[in-house]
Design a protein around this ligand. Structure first.
Ligand code: OFO
Length: 169
């Protein structure tokens, strides 16, 4: 059984994961409009991953008998470059990492072992998320305005595929 404050904190984060999904769908559209079809695919896969994260929270809260409350958000969709998109992605993911860590602190404080087990997967996931973003930002900085380099990277980003994750804990 979840405490009211834990249920509230998890529900609030569920909405943040949903925001992430919409943010990356919007970035997919922006990358496509800029002509980066590979990056559009990369962000589309990121969108799918975030929807899977959102559904993990939804599934966990539902299994604990919590009525989920969804909140609509305004999604930014204006970017000057691919580099800006990935820098904003990394900043957003660092924010998510902090939020997951706070949720874990909350669960530890309450001796809520079920939530700690649930959140453990997200702690590991955030390491990978931030590492991927840092790698791409590093490459984009090396490439600069070199068209051939951007084409090669875009090709590479387009190879990303969505791997479905188990919905439950
Ligand atoms: Fe769900 O990890 Fe990104 O936001």
């Amino acid at each position: 059984m979840l405490s009211d404050s834990m249920a509230h904190a998890l529900n609030s984060h569920l909405n943040t994961e949903h925001f992430s999904a919409e943010l990356y769908l919007s970035m997919s559209s922006a990358a496509g409009v800029m002509g980066f079809k590979g990056a559009a695919t990369w962000f589309m896969v990121q969108h799918q991953e975030e929807m899977a994260h959102f559904m993990k929270f939804y599934g966990y809260l539902s299994s604990q008998g919590v009525l989920v409350k969804l909140v609509a958000a305004d999604i930014p969709n204006s970017y000057a470059s691919l580099l800006e998109m990935f820098e904003k992605t990394l900043t957003h993911e660092q924010h998510i990492t902090k939020a997951i860590n706070h949720l874990m602190d909350h669960a530890v404080k309450e001796s809520d072992h079920a939530s700690q087990i649930f959140l453990q997967w997200f702690i590991s996931e955030q390491i990978e998320e931030e590492e991927n973003d840092r790698d791409i930002i590093g490459k984009l900085k090396l490439i600069g305005d070199n068209g051939y380099g951007l084409l090669m990277l875009d090709n590479d980003l387009g190879r990303r595929v969505f791997v479905p994750q188990p919905a439950a804990i």
